[in-house]
Design a binder for this molecule. Structure first.
Ligand code: CU
Length: 196
């Protein structure tokens, strides 16, 4: 079997955030077309701009399932990072779809090697000490980035030459949800990861 080589170079944690965060205002009467088109891995942040109770709740049939619960107060926010392509209808459970609703359309960013990208796997999940990355053949010059739920990048590595399974030491990371993004010249794919 051909010797496979993986060279990982760490850039530290201060590199600019490659994800996009999209802002929406959220108030009673905003209407039923609070729509956005975004890319996989992007975050949508709803900001309460009136003093009433509201939720941001995915509707039946939405590709991803999310629910802010009841939040009250001008300036309060709810954020959700979308990790798979598809349509996400949502509404305010308190005021109803006629007063407050929309659709977040998540475009696939996968390109000609999307099959390879889709074979990107992480394990175990949840992980306590080491997170294994299974980086598929056919991807070169890939970047691996990990973000916390607030969209802050906590890890990045550039992979020049593929492939062998790699691992990230997560033993000192805070418990919680993270997003692991691998990107190449052809697209990107994001996986959700839970640190135990
Ligand atoms: Cu509402």
């Amino acid at each position: 079997m051909k010797t496979r080589l993986l060279i990982v170079m760490l850039f530290g944690t201060l590199i600019a955030n490659a994800q996009t965060t999209h802002d929406l205002n959220w108030f009673a009467g905003i209407g039923s077309s609070v729509d956005l088109k975004i890319d996989v891995g992007d975050t949508v942040r709803w900001t309460w701009t009136d003093p009433l109770n509201h939720t941001v709740t995915s509707d039946v049939g939405s590709n991803e399932t999310f629910d802010s619960g009841t939040i009250t107060g001008i300036g309060q926010t709810f954020s959700w990072t979308f990790v798979s392509p598809g349509m996400n209808d949502y509404f305010c459970f308190i005021h109803g779809a006629g007063s407050m609703s929309g659709t977040i359309t998540v475009n696939p960013t996968l390109g000609i090697d999307d099959v390879a990208l889709k074979n990107f796997k992480i394990s175990p999940n949840p992980a306590q000490f080491k997170l294994q990355l299974q980086i598929p053949n056919g991807i070169s010059n890939a970047n691996v980035q990990v973000y916390d739920v607030l969209g802050k990048q906590v890890y990045t590595a550039k992979i020049f030459n593929i492939i062998e399974d790699s691992e990230i030491d997560v033993s000192n990371w805070n418990v919680g949800i993270y997003l692991v993004k691998i990107s190449s010249d052809f697209g990107s794919i994001t996986k959700r990861f839970i640190k135990d």
